[in-house]
Ligand binder design. Structure first.
Ligand code: PRX
Length: 655
């Protein structure tokens, strides 16, 4: 159990001029307001932060819990809130996006131009028959067009489903199929780290796998100009589709509960879940957290390094900052190209004032900086920075300290933001002007978020004692359902024994003195590798689908210095257990197989072969034991039920 290290290092809240939430007492006041009148608190903010076409008359509707609704009779348009209203209020010339391509080329686009481009694409989508409520899959690289594609869907009330460009044809096909998408928007290729990687070819492959008959059009953004396959009945160039379209497009005014997007994420069992978000409640929290957590102000230059294929890119690139009329950096490339100083150089060049990234990136850049002085952040002018953020996985105190000292010059608060695809936006996070910081802790719940730690029966556990992280009250940006599977939504997030609380799937502990939260990791079979969420079952299914080779497979995570967790697979082959070169060859083959089935991010780092897997008498794989083996620990569990204890020795050997 974690000891109380809060005493050793509590960093006072930053003294920020005119911070949105300026002090601990201001934070406490907001928390008290929300506690006294949850509905009134959120309704007030929804009126303040969003422009409604028709005002709502009711905040929360819990009559069909856990299918909660917020602001249901209000109507609005998300893209109107992100674009038009800023142009109408005289901010048309303000830079919205500073796009930096992989090769360093910079393109700026102001709010007026971004609105026009969004309208042209929105009109083009309509011209191809896309209607309100239709699903559009976006399989794009980081680009202005990627943001425009999402905004254009929102404008016409189409529900987008962005699929990360690193997913394989099979994964893409599964998502297109599950969402029954009518259109795919993609690029010819993506360019990352100096390499050109296919996108359109993967779309072709996905559709050829079958089950994507709903797709009638594929729009292709020309990024690299590479030669690509073309199906004249289905494929269209994005620029040709847009060129003759009018630069205005009346927004589709939708009800607040209208599904803005479905984003697939991994669960502990079965196939990825399509997390469905609403329009009004989601946008409210995207805008609100962008403002309070980052203290985002009109003169800031905001940079979230996430990809639009993940929820962080949705909320803190496409929606939150734009809803506030902010200026933000969008980056096509990778942090290590042309060298590991890329992030620092971009902060310097664009005078970035708020920087939001993942612990994995920080850890790998620490390694790089320690072995090569020329890419150390101290070689760059980072004086524009005022706030740093972290997201996606726990940030270990050593990485926190380095980030604080070397990137933030010891003066920038770090907001360690805990949240999930399902939560839509930040749940537990410091507010920079209000919350004293403790390295490694995401500190306190965002005002209005009723986060708590309970035992298996839903009862509160005292501070200092670990338990299950839950949220006791509904909040506006929460997941509405799993696309096409309401039963799975209920059983995954609102299990009967937890008294109707939202189950996050993470363990947590509150510090005995400060009440600060520390996330202790997933309590289900979900892994977090480089901040990417992956289900062990998904990887196991991918491995056993290699029927020519694999008889059985079990996947667990083990701690990794750089990626947080690493994937370790235990495999029983159909043939004899291989060793030496043969084992290495088969391990490589299996890694490539998983990359083809899911995507390169799911490749196991470690593959180990055994004659069988350790199981209980009832035939359940002993995962806890495998976790110990993966870590290289001596096994302390009872192994008396193991049929073949020698298998543990086999499985301890890496290939
Ligand atoms: O385990 C938690 C971890 O990431 C999970 C959510 O993953 P995903 O839905 O992909 O969203 C990632 C971006 C929000 C959580 O269940 N996680 C996320 N942020 C943190 C974290 N763990 C510790 N500290 C965080 N700040």
């Amino acid at each position: 159990m974690r000891t109380n290290d809060a005493k050793t290092r509590l960093i006072p809240a930053a003294d920020i001029k005119e911070a949105h939430v300026p002090s601990t007492s201001a934070y406490n006041e907001l928390v008290a307001q929300a506690e006294a009148d949850h509905d009134g608190y959120w309704s007030r903010l929804a009126r303040e932060f969003l422009s409604w076409r028709t005002p709502f008359t009711q905040g929360l509707d819990d009559s069909q819990a856990p299918f909660f609704k917020w602001f249901e009779d209000g109507t609005l348009n998300v893209s109107y809130n992100c674009l038009d209203r800023h142009v109408e209020s005289g901010l048309g010339d303000k830079t919205a996006l500073i796009f930096e391509a992989d090769d360093g080329q910079v393109t700026r686009i102001n709010y007026r131009a971004l609105l026009e481009r969004t309208c042209r694409l929105a009109n083009a989508l309509k011209a191809r028959g896309v209607q309100k409520g239709d699903r559009v899959v976006i399989y794009m690289s980081m680009s202005i067009e990627g943001v425009v594609a999402m905004q254009a869907c929102a404008r016409i009330g189409a529900t987008h489903s962005v699929v990360f460009g690193g997913f394989s044809a099979q994964s893409l096909r599964d998502r297109i199929h599950d969402a029954a998408a009518v259109m795919v928007i993609t690029a010819d290729e993506q360019v990352r780290g100096g390499k050109q990687l296919p996108l359109k070819a993967i779309v072709d492959e996905a559709i050829a796998l079958g089950g994507c008959e709903s797709v009638t059009n594929v729009l292709v953004y020309q990024r690299s100009g590479a030669a690509i396959g073309w199906n004249a009945a289905r494929d269209r160039w994005l620029h040709e589709e847009m060129q003759d379209q009018p630069a205005t497009c009346e927004p589709e005014w939708v009800g607040a509960e209208h599904p803005l997007f479905v984003l697939y994420t991994s669960g502990s069992t079965g196939k990825p879940k399509g997390v469905q978000h609403a329009s009004g409640g989601y946008l409210l929290h995207a805008a609100l957290t962008s403002q309070w957590t980052f203290d985002l102000k009109p003169d800031d230059v905001f940079w979230c390094t996430a990809d639009i294929g993940w929820v962080t890119g949705h909320t803190y690139i496409t929606y939150g900052p734009l809803a506030l009329g902010a200026t933000e950096v969008v980056f096509e490339g990778v942090p290590t190209y042309p060298d590991a100083g890329r992030f620092w150089k971009m902060i310097q060049d664009h005078r970035v004032s708020i920087f939001y990234t993942a612990p994995t990136a920080i850890r790998s850049l620490i390694k790089a900086a320690e072995s090569n002085e020329t890419v150390h952040p101290r070689r760059y002018d980072l004086s524009s920075l005022r706030i740093l953020g972290s997201v996606g996985e726990p940030i270990n105190p050593a990485a926190w300290e380095w980030y604080h000292q070397h990137v933030g010059g010891g003066r920038c608060p770090i907001v360690d933001t805990f949240w999930q695809t399902e939560t839509g936006g930040h749940m537990i996070t410091p507010l920079p002007g209000a919350t004293p910081l403790v390295p490694g802790s995401c500190t306190l719940p965002f005002p209005g978020i009723a986060a708590a730690i309970v035992d298996e029966t839903g009862n509160d556990v005292p501070n200092g004692q670990g338990g299950i992280l839950v949220v006791k009250k509904p909040w506006p940006s929460m997941i509405r359902t799993i696309w096409g599977d309401p039963e799975r939504f209920k059983s995954s997030y609102f299990p009967a024994e937890l008294k109707g609380f939202y189950l996050a799937g993470d363990g947590a502990i509150r510090d005995a003195d400060t009440g600060y939260f520390t996330i202790t990791g997933r309590i289900d079979d979900v892994l977090n590798v480089s901040g990417h969420r992956m289900g062990t079952m998904e990887i196991e299914s991918a491995l056993v689908s290699c029927t020519a080779l694999v008889a059985e497979a079990a996947v667990v995570g083990r701690p990794d210095d750089t990626t947080g967790e690493a994937i370790c697979a235990f495999v029983v082959l159909k043939g004899a257990r291989p060793s030496g070169d043969e084992a290495r060859k088969i391990a490589t083959e299996l890694r490539n197989w998983v990359a083809k089935e899911i995507g390169p991010i799911a490749k196991p780092k470690d593959i180990r072969f055994g004659d069988n897997l350790p199981k209980t008498r009832s035939g359940k794989i002993m995962r806890r034991l495998l976790r110990s083996v993966a870590k290289g620990e001596t096994v302390t569990q009872d192994i008396s039920t193991l049929e073949n204890p020698a298998v543990l020795e086999q499985l301890a050997q890496s290939n």
